[in-house]
Ligand binder design. Sequence first.
Ligand SMILES: *Cc1c(COP(=O)(O)O)cnc(C)c1O
Length: 396
Amino acid sequence: MNKKIWLSLARMTGHEQGFINEAFDTNWVVPLGPNVNGFEQDLELYLNENVHVVALSSGTAAIHLGLLQLGVGPGDEVICQSFTFVASANPIRYLGASPVFIDSEIETWNMSPDLLRIAIKDRIKLTGKKPKAIIPVHLYGMPARMDEIMAIANEYGIPVLEDAAEALGSEYKGRKCGTFGKFACLSFNGNKMITTSGGGALICRTEEEAETTLYYATQARDDTHYYQHSNIGYNYRMSNICAGIGRGQMIEVEQFVSRRRAIHDFYMKELSLIDGITVFDNPSSDFNSNHWLTCILIDSEVTGFTNKDLFLKMKEENIETRPLWKAMHMQPVFEDAPFYGDGTSSDLFRKGLCLPSGASLSDWDLRRVVGVIKDLARYNAPIRSSSKIEKEIGVS
Ligand SMILES: *Cc1c(COP(=O)(O)O)cnc(C)c1O
């Protein structure tokens, strides 16, 4: 059996162990300590805007605490991009609110500003009140159209929480994703841009919001010498050990981003000549994706094989690929939620596949992946040309 090629495996820089050992040696094996503050500072410096970062136990926890601070509660509606991973939407339900899903536009695969405007108007008309928050996502690292989304949000006075879980290092018009909204989340799960084994962060705009986040993340304890609580809190703080891994990872964050971009370039070069396959790319120079995962779309009428055929062929070759996210409006758990769409995300789901993109992949691994696609394309070429001929002469 060929060596397994994973979709998006974390790579260690070699510096992680040092920070962890330091935590042990100084007896900071607790959910607080110098690594947590150090990691937060590393992120603040990297994001290069005047933001305050609070390290948490997951990206999902970050979205939860962001929405909580936006006042989301029972009876509220929250607008959320439909084409995303379920963690973008689940915290809406944790708070007793209801999601309203918006389809994507075809160039960025992210929230369509046109549909967003239509949805806001319609929700106000139907419910008599404004949605409480808007959650755009920078999916697969591709920045959403933040100028248009922020303009609409500001026009209606609705705060934005950016889901930048997949977008550490991505830029829109030269500015890092995660620095546009009132809040933004990052994720450091095992297969994201950097990892802390598991973890996330809430990016806040003010020191005060960062302190409130910390308060809710540590069981909402009042400022008394005994344990008194006036609010419901959570146990969401990142541990000093996890943050040590994060500090080690941040030393090479630039290299991780450039490696993922180089992997994307390689796929672009190798696959663009195959009829019926499109590699998802930045729509213009305003967008600079980190290319967390390189995604392709397969037009099976042209290629003669579907995304599922390729997924299974890759599996046979011990290569992990992944279907694109199945949009939230298509999920059984959200079947009652309102949806404003035009078929974009369901079409992407039908045609797409994520290719191995981890920073630890070698050029040889990438050639193996491309080889499987080229072989399948070659094998299906006769089928393809005969069905084309049949169509041309009108045989059904
Ligand atoms: C991974 C991810 C999250 C959640 O992050 P966790 O750290 O796994 O909780 C949220 N949104 C998107 C789009 C993600 O990909």
